[in-house]
Design a protein around this ligand. Structure first.
Ligand SMILES: [Ca+2]
Length: 255
């Protein structure tokens, strides 16, 4: 009996170790489990993704001439709300703060603020850098610009509130930070052209978790632009919804 218990323990240990491991610097590596797959709205060049608290998804689409902000329910192809951006703007990351939606533009140095319920444009803010990803944490809007740095702005006046935070992986700069999702005191981030999702400690800027997305079949996403981009935390859950540019599906993953 004792041998059986030992063997069972070893088997369970090896299963756990195979799906979760640590490297020398205590960075945890995990493989995402796919819990559910939903169709993505056709022709979505996803630059920003976030759940609203009513269970609908808000999505910012990029490309000059096609940029928009849309709302839809996961699992459905119907867009329930939409606003087109002028052709001169390339939509980027978005986030919700109370009754407002913030949407970045790529190289146009403008952050649009909308009424969440009507999609009416309320105001815009100037952003010195390029805009890639944005999320909200404790009165701060946190913005990525494709570098290794995160910028922190006050959500009311959009003034910078502190020094930029360098993001590091094993002590090295992690460049290409793209779509963001704030969850507690961590930020999940896409990195341009990378199939991992990185979790950033919001205080230190260090990566403490790397999520491998190999279980998502990406064989039909063959265009070099069709990369992983879009992370939204599922409300009242630790699961994430992830997708990519021009992908046909959204994937609910569990870490
Ligand atoms: Ca997001």
């Amino acid at each position: 009996m004792r041998n059986k218990i030992v063997i069972s323990f070893l088997m369970i240990s090896s299963i756990l170790l195979s799906s979760c491991s640590f490297n020398d610097n205590n960075i945890q590596h995990v493989e995402a489990e796919i819990i559910e797959e939903y169709p993505l709205i056709n022709n979505s060049f996803v630059q920003g993704l976030e759940y609203d608290n009513d269970g609908t998804l808000l999505l910012s689409n990029g490309k000059y001439g096609d940029s928009e902000l849309i709302r839809f329910k996961p699992g459905y192809q119907e867009i329930s709300q939409k606003i087109d951006l002028d052709d001169k703007y390339f939509g980027e990351g978005l986030t919700v703060v109370n009754d407002k939606i913030y949407q970045l533009t790529w190289k146009e140095n403008i952050v649009f603020v909308y009424d969440k319920n009507t999609f009416t444009k309320l105001v815009s803010h100037h952003l010195e850098s390029e805009g890639w990803g944005i999320c909200y944490h404790k009165n701060n809007l946190i913005v990525s610009d494709g570098s290794d740095k995160l910028q922190f702005f006050d959500n009311n006046d959009f003034d910078k509130v502190k020094e930029d935070l360098p993001v590091t992986y094993n002590g090295e700069k992690l460049k290409g930070l793209n779509e963001l999702e704030c969850v507690g005191d961590k930020i999940y981030a896409n990195v341009l052209g990378d199939n991992n999702i990185y979790r950033i400690d919001i205080t230190t800027g260090e990566i403490d978790l790397v999520v491998n997305t190999d279980k998502i079949d990406k064989s039909s996403y063959s265009d070099p632009n069709d990369v992983l981009n879009g992370i939204a935390r599922v409300p009242e859950s630790d699961d994430l919804i992830v997708t990519g540019k021009n992908w046909h599906s959204l994937y609910r993953i569990r870490i």
